[in-house]
Design a protein around this ligand. Structure first.
Ligand SMILES: Cc1cc2nc3c(=O)[nH]c(=O)nc-3n(C[C@H](O)[C@H](O)[C@H](O)COP(=O)(O)OP(=O)(O)OC[C@H]3O[C@@H](n4cnc5c(N)ncnc54)[C@H](O)[C@@H]3O)c2cc1C
Length: 464
């Protein structure tokens, strides 16, 4: 039943990354009382670059409670062009004395998120340096009572833990921090350097070394591209030798770069043996093998579990049926236009909590999840890709739950053309592109002038 008047709830958002800040804004707009608990000293999540990793973190990031959150490395530039990135009412514009590039540095995106927080006064509801240690339902199963949540947190410089009770909790803690590691024979006894891309920051420490990069997805390709210029030899170990044109061009260009199959085993003398029988003596193995979902603070009494990188059961990747809407998870999907999707998630959660929208029954939500799992199975998609969406239509359909605007055609087209450019021209795609015409058309859209701010044309930076 939809309520005529809006209910105001006392809501805790965990995490002040892109997902947490936009959700907090939506919740407050809907009239809720909101506090955001953030373990770091500033907003930004992944985009709050952290250079101090080596002494802080286990090189393979094997602890359940990581000290370092951000996996962003020094030279990182956005993969998606700035014009497709922004929230619906806050375009990612070029600003005076900032990085004007179409694919700017991570710092530029961080500054955009800072601007967003200032503009919408989100910063004032964030409690920084506060790590959430425990979240659990307080009165689960007590009939006639609305579910409440106990949140235990600790300020970084204090030993005291603080307990608070909330009507609802939104988990927005991200999923690009906890390393996913392969299981390779000899990995535990190999004595040389093994690190995960989570703590890789720059190529300099590897100068003159023989390095094996494991994994040729985004991080593997990008990090290889900068390592190859300083290392003695770079061996890129891939699951399949059938690789994209962009990385293939890089391998042909640099004589010290070699494509290898998967590692078969690691030997105590420092040898790395590949599945085709070839072997090399390496100084370092750098695992660019992706990240796992991890919620070490979350106690749902088994009602939400992570199984082979599937977080479930979650209705529409957001709501655990038996605990929703008082518990929700924002930012779980991958391969989406992140900011826009997070915004629609935040809106839906806010309206569910205020009683302006209602979810289907628990049974119906479970049925929908089962159907979704089944459809993925039939399509041959492995479980660990459950949350890989890669589908504009899904985002539009999701938004319909709260009348959220559909993705504009120009946004979709620019997204696709930049992805294609990435896979074909990996090394040059951020400085040279072929979709200027579409870009010019897009920049005339009122979306970019809605704030009445200065707009420069990022296409003038095309080196093509
Ligand atoms: C190398 C790399 C490159 C990327 N490039 C792009 C790109 O080009 N374009 C793009 O759209 N996306 C990119 N991404 C994805 C990026 O992660 C998302 O854009 C976005 O940051 C996800 O936002 P989030 O808020 O869900 O999570 P995060 O940004 O990870 O934020 C989560 C927040 O939760 C806080 N937190 C976690 N646990 C706790 C706790 N227990 N208590 C309190 N606070 C906690 C963290 O400190 C953090 O501030 C990239 C990611 C990586 C790793």
């Amino acid at each position: 039943m939809v309520l005529e008047t809006k209910q105001s709830k006392n809501v805790c958002v965990i995490g002040a990354g892109p997902a947490g800040i936009v959700t907090a804004r939506e919740l407050r707009r809907e009239g809720h009382e909101v506090v955001v608990l953030e373990q770091k000293h500033d907003i930004g999540g992944q985009w709050l670059y952290d250079p101090n990793v080596e002494q802080e973190e286990d090189p393979l990031g094997r602890n359940p409670w990581l000290k370092v959150h951000s996996s962003i490395y020094q030279s990182l530039r956005l993969m998606s062009p700035r014009e497709v990135m922004g929230f619906t009412d806050f375009p990612f514009l070029v600003k005076k004395d900032r990085d004007p590039r179409r694919f700017p540095s991570h710092t530029e995106f961080f500054l955009y998120l800072k601007d967003f927080c200032e503009w919408f006064k989100v910063t004032e509801i964030i409690k920084f340096n506060t790590k959430v240690l425990y979240v659990g339902p307080l009165n689960y199963g007590v009939s006639g009572q609305d579910l409440k949540w106990l949140v235990r947190s600790k300020e970084n410089k204090s030993d005291d833990e603080v307990e608070q009770v909330f009507d609802a909790v939104v988990v927005a803690t991200g999923h690009y921090s906890k390393p996913k590691l392969p299981s390779i024979q000899g990995m535990d006894t190999w004595r040389r350097k093994q690190i995960h891309s989570h703590i890789y920051r720059s190529p300099e420490p590897f100068r003159g070394e023989i390095v094996v990069v494991v994994g040729n997805s985004y991080s593997g390709q990008e990090i290889s591209m900068e390592l190859v210029k300083v290392v003695k030899e770079l061996h890129l170990s891939a699951k399949s030798l059938d690789i994209y044109e962009g990385i293939s061009k890089v391998i042909s260009k640099y004589e010290n770069c070699h494509l290898r199959p998967q590692i078969h085993n690691l030997q105590e003398d420092g040898s790395v043996v590949f599945t085709d029988g070839s072997s090399i003596l390496a100084d370092t193995i750098l695992y660019c093998t992706g990240y796992s979902y991890s919620f070490p603070f979350l106690d749902t009494k088994g009602m939400v579990v992570v199984d082979d990188n599937r977080v479930g059961p979650l209705y529409e990747h957001t709501f655990p049926p038996s605990l929703a809407p008082s518990l929700s998870l924002v930012g779980i999907p991958r391969k989406i236009l992140a900011l826009r999707f997070f915004e629609s998630q935040g809106k839906w959660i806010a309206q569910l909590l205020s009683g302006q929208k209602v979810l289907p029954s628990c049974e119906e939500m479970m049925k929908s999840i089962e159907e979704f799992y089944h459809s993925r199975e039939v399509a041959g998609i492995p479980k660990h890709y459950t949350h890989d969406i890669g589908d504009f239509d899904y985002c539009d359909k999701y938004g319909e739950n709260v009348g959220f605007p559909k993705l504009e055609d120009w946004r979709k087209e620019l997204c696709v053309s930049s992805v294609v450019n990435y896979f074909i021209n990996l090394e040059t795609c951020r400085d040279s592109w072929h979709d200027d015409e579409k870009l010019q058309e897009a920049l005339r859209n009122p979306y970019f002038t809605q704030l009445g701010l200065h707009l420069e044309d990022p296409s003038s930076k095309n080196l093509n």
